[in-house]
Design a protein around this ligand. Structure first.
Ligand code: HEC
Length: 102
């Protein structure tokens, strides 16, 4: 009983850590052009989350040049950002966490 309580605490702590890491990636690489719920230079995360999957978001970060047409843009001005697979996954999950938020 006590054991499983500790386990679930550890589980929630790791979820929280992931969310915070996603925020850190966002602040490091994306904040200049994207905001969470307001239009900046690029579209806001809540809008992206409403229409894209995790895989699509990751693919766009890897290679905007290869993806922009499929996403309905006439051109792309988003910089190609070098980051680890782990960081890319965290930021994609962070973006999706804004689904439905205003
Ligand atoms: C230099 C500014 C800039 C930076 C930095 C930037 N973006 Fe973008 N992003 C844009 C613009 C502008 C668009 C709109 C289409 C285009 O120009 O590629 C866009 C489009 C996107 C899209 C596709 C939107 C859609 O229609 O679904 C995703 C996903 C995305 N950005 C994620 C990110 C993430 C994650 C980061 C940080 C790791 C980031 N961007 C950093 C400017 C930027």
């Amino acid at each position: 009983m006590k054991h499983s309580l500790l386990l679930s605490l550890a589980f929630y702590a790791s979820l929280l850590a992931q969310e915070m890491d996603g925020k850190k990636v966002f602040e490091t690489y994306c904040w200049g052009c994207h905001h969470q719920t307001a239009v900046a230079f690029g579209p806001p995360f809540n809008e992206i989350a409403s229409k894209r999957s995790l895989e699509e978001i990751e693919a766009y970060i890897i290679e905007p040049e290869a993806m922009y047409k499929a996403f309905g843009y006439k051109r792309t001005v988003m910089t190609k950002i070098d980051m680890s697979e782990q960081e890319r996954h965290l930021i994609a999950r962070y973006i999706l966490s804004f689904k439905g938020k205003k």
